[in-house]
Design a protein around this ligand. Structure first.
Ligand code: UFG
Length: 328
């Protein structure tokens, strides 16, 4: 039996492919390589193509004995989604519809889904649990919520079982040093801070120090990408063992402010990291911290690598050895 990983050449996808490969799973990857990198694949059989291309899906479902899907392929930039929501509805929502229809056609009834804390929007209280209100404040989060709801109705109508994993702030790199975070453009805090440490950027711009938090900067829950990868393998195993559909938050349950992240990065790198204070970035909630007890209890998930210093150290080692990402 093979698992299809869509978006498997992307950041979290490639770390999940690595985790599946390490335990000897048979893996098929579908990636259009718009954001993904061929070199990020440490295993699996790659099909280059798009979710919305029925012929590619027919080919990979008919050529392989696929019984389950892990679905990452999507656009995931909050800012871009506010400028071009149509792109997000087309690629994320319509793309997922195409995938679910093909899964149903080929009798594939299990899907692990890459979701996000952006489905909650501004939380009513923290830590956030899975029963809290979902009211996205950006188009990206709204499309991920729409994708989750689509899966729910494919379950009701066709028995497609899904486990949706709502990540908080993914960061860090694989222990092998071979794969890590390489987005273009890069918008995430930790890689940008490390690029400033490397001298690739003149400084880090901090978006707002007037939030209602202790030091005035936003607080986030950072989770190691390989801990996220583990959650996908556990969710896949649970579905294969007959588990019913479910939604889980994935975070470390600890919050760190932007200033704290920069301080820890200074400690880890031993470099100066110049800071420039800027205005708030639109749509940023002040505090996002996950309650992940459900994933721990029901999936047996143990995010053992998610101490922030360890996360930043693993990302730093990737950045030092791959200053130009996958291009060198
Ligand atoms: N930040 C800065 N300067 C930067 C970049 C980020 O100050 O140059 C701040 C942001 O304002 C925010 C924090 O650092 O307060 C973290 O920002 P990221 O962009 O790294 O992450 P987000 O919390 O905005 O977003 C992440 C994922 C999204 C997901 C969201 C869910 O990247 O895909 O969590 O809440 F939707």
């Amino acid at each position: 039996m093979a698992v299809l990983v869509t978006g498997g050449a992307g950041y979290i996808g490639s770390h999940t492919v690595a985790a599946l490969h390490e335990r000897g799973d048979e893996i098929v990857v579908l990636d259009n390589l718009q954001q993904g990198h061929k070199d990020a694949l440490l295993g699996g059989k790659l099909y280059v193509g798009d979710l919305r291309d029925g012929e590619t899906l027919d080919k990979l479902f008919s050529e392989n004995d696929i019984d389950a899907v892990i679905h990452f392929a999507a656009n995931s930039l909050v800012g871009e989604s506010m400028k071009d929501p149509g792109k997000y509805y087309h690629n994320n929502v319509y793309g997922t519809l195409c995938l679910l229809e093909k899964m149903n056609q080929y009798g594939v009834k299990k899907i692990v889904f890459s979701s996000t804390a952006a489905t909650y929007g501004e939380p009513e209280s923290v830590p956030i649990d899975e029963y809290d209100r979902t009211q996205p404040t950006n188009a990206y989060g709204e499309t991920k919520l729409a994708m989750e709801k689509m899966m729910k109705w494919f379950d009701v109508a066709h028995g497609v079982k899904y486990i949706s994993l709502r990540y908080f702030n993914a960061a860090g790199a694989h222990a092998s040093g071979k794969i890590g975070e390489a987005h273009d453009p890069e918008t995430h805090l930790i890689p940008i801070v490390l690029e400033a440490a490397l001298g690739k950027r003149p400084h880090i711009s901090v978006f707002g120090d007037d939030y209602d938090t202790e030091d005035g900067t936003c607080i986030r829950d950072y989770i190691h990408v390989s801990d996220l990868a583990d959650a996908h393998t556990l969710a896949l195993d649970a579905l294969r063992a007959g588990k019913d559909s479910a939604i889980y938050n994935l975070g470390s349950s600890n919050g760190f402010s932007v200033k704290q992240v920069i301080d820890i990065a200074r400690e880890v790198t031993g470099r100066e990291i110049p800071v420039v204070m800027e205005k708030r970035r639109a749509g940023d909630p002040a505090v996002l911290i996950a309650s992940s007890s459900r994933a721990r209890q029901e999936l047996g998930w143990n995010p053992a690598r998610s101490n922030l210093k360890d996360i930043i150290a693993s990302a730093w080692s990737w950045h030092l050895n791959h200053p130009n990402g996958y291009s060198k």
